[in-house]
Design a binder for this molecule. Structure first.
Ligand code: NDP
Ligand code: 2IT
Length: 446
């Protein structure tokens, strides 16, 4: 490792003990940025990277609520307000039992660079809770959301901090959170994104992350004179991002052959077509069932406790969670001929897996570039709320598509190496950094 990176990371680790995912996210960025900062000393002297690695504010709170049996439950609530140099804090809320401070700090850190890449004026933040929505009734989810928002409402606002969804937080949860905010403040504002279409939401927001990931994969392929058409695609996850990545990839003529959840994956060699995807969406979004039921319904293989990376594919779209592709799986993907990885999830590939992608010079679209479509359309939802009007599906989709093309261009600009190879991590990290860093320089030591 570059000794300057090593020294920087030693400080980050000493200041943030035990936050492994946060260390991992910072290291990934530092490897691209530290050489760049050496060439651009204005950032070095002002300690911009060191400042960006310290959240502007962290809010940690108790979330007490009463379950259907009448028992008192207590969860942890968090909001990490990472960086507001280019706009209000913006980023999702994650409800999952694994949530802790280190995971939310990694997500907030990535969000700063990602939001900058979108070209829209949004700072970075992330929040959530160790609350597990699985197996809870709608009433329990509502009670939890109301208690969570009772405290969170003190810290957010349409010009301060605008949360949205992430794992475990979809349309249902955003509805309960918005209702409670409005009741507490007596204000109808764009304080959350991912809202229902009848009450201030944007068309295409549910689709945006998955569509954007596939648009980004298509741009990477186009740059090599290729396209998604005819490609075999493996997708992990079966939630919001996985569903719409599957839909768009299929629309562009690819064949998606896997979906997964935390229990296992299904392999459908004939492809998950529109009808089968509708079944999967109803299963996951309404029945809140397990992906195994897809295998039972369509008579395909189900692999209990396994991830889909052993299935032969051209394009892999990890859309479930962090660290879901290890080094062995990355090598298997390459050995099976996979040459495109576009990350719908945040930080799904471990550092050793990324090394394998880079060594094999495949098209590797890292999360902060490839999955930026979700937050980009959140930004468009904020614009529509400010204008008090709503754009058509076509208009939002066209803007999303253009933003993904622009992000790809930024990656080419900062990531193309002397031999023509595009180092997308380098391009995205530097491209995301410059706008935030220049804004921080202009605003003084704050
Ligand atoms: P959902 O809650 O809708 O779906 C999550 C999916 O991932 C489910 O299939 C879930 O399975 C699976 N999953 C979650 N945790 C694990 C785990 N520890 N191991 C294996 N599988 C797991 O979330 P989203 O689709 O919204 O989010 C997926 C990823 O995309 C996350 O990394 C998120 O940060 C990222 N992302 C989301 C955006 C958005 O707009 N929603 C925007 C950009 C990135 P199960 O049902 O068994 O838990
Ligand atoms: O990781 C992400 O970019 C999101 N979960 C979406 C954030 C948002 O504010 O829409």
């Amino acid at each position: 490792m570059d000794p300057r990176v090593e020294q920087f990371m030693a400080q980050v680790k000493a200041k943030n003990p035990g936050e492994n995912e946060f260390h991992q996210a910072v290291l990934e960025v530092a490897e691209s940025l530290i050489p760049y900062i050496e060439e651009n000393p204005k950032y070095k002297h002002a300690k911009v990277l060191e400042r960006m690695t310290e959240p502007e504010r962290v809010v940690l709170f108790r979330v007490p609520w009463v379950d259907d049996k009448g028992d008192v439950q207590i969860n942890k609530g968090y909001r990490i307000e990472m960086n507001s140099a280019i706009g209000p804090y913006k980023g999702g809320l994650r409800f999952h039992p694994t949530v802790n401070l280190g995971i939310l700090k990694f997500l907030a850190y990535e969000q700063v660079y990602k939001n900058s890449l979108t070209t829209l004026p949004m700072g970075g933040g992330k929040g959530g809770s160790d609350f597990d929505p699985k197996g809870k009734s709608d009433n329990e989810v509502m009670k939890f959301c109301q208690s969570f928002m009772t405290e969170l409402s003190r810290h957010i606002g349409p010009n301060t901090d605008v949360p949205a969804g992430d794992i475990g937080v979809g349309g249902r949860e955003i509805g309960f959170l918005f209702g409670q905010y409005k009741r507490l403040r007596n204000e109808f504002t764009g304080v959350l994104t991912g809202k229902g279409i009848e009450w201030g939401g944007s068309l295409i927001r549910p689709e945006a992350t998955g569509y954007g990931t596939v648009y980004f994969a298509e741009e990477m392929l186009k740059n090599r004179g290729d396209s998604m058409k005819g490609k075999i695609v493996t997708v992990s996850g079966s939630g919001n991002v996985a569903q719409y990545a599957t839909e768009k990839a299929t629309e562009l003529g690819a064949k998606v052959v896997t979906l997964s959840d935390s229990s296992g994956f299904i392999y459908d060699p004939n492809g998950i077509d529109a009808e089968k995807l509708t079944f999967a969406m109803e299963l996951k979004n309404i029945k809140r069932g397990r992906i195994k039921e897809y295998a039972d319904k369509y008579g395909v293989e189900y692999y209990e406790g396994k991830r889909p990376w052993g299935i032969k594919c051209d394009v892999a779209l990890p859309c479930a969670t962090q660290n879901e592709v290890n080094a062995e799986e990355a090598q298997t993907l390459i050995d099976n001929g996979c040459f495109v990885v576009a990350e719908g999830a945040n930080m799904p590939s471990i550092p050793e897996a990324i090394e394998i992608y880079m060594k094999n010079r495949i098209l590797y679209g890292l999360g902060k570039a490839a999955n930026a479509g979700g937050v980009a359309v959140s930004g468009l939802e904020m614009s529509q709320n400010s204008l008090r009007l709503s754009w058509t599906r076509e208009e939002v989709d066209q803007r999303l598509h253009q933003i993904m093309k622009d992000i790809h261009q930024t990656c080419l600009k900062f990531g193309t190496e002397s031999d023509g190879f595009v180092n997308y991590p380098k391009g995205a990290n530097i491209g995301g950094f410059v706008k935030v860093a220049d804004s921080m320089l202009a605003q003084g030591v704050v």
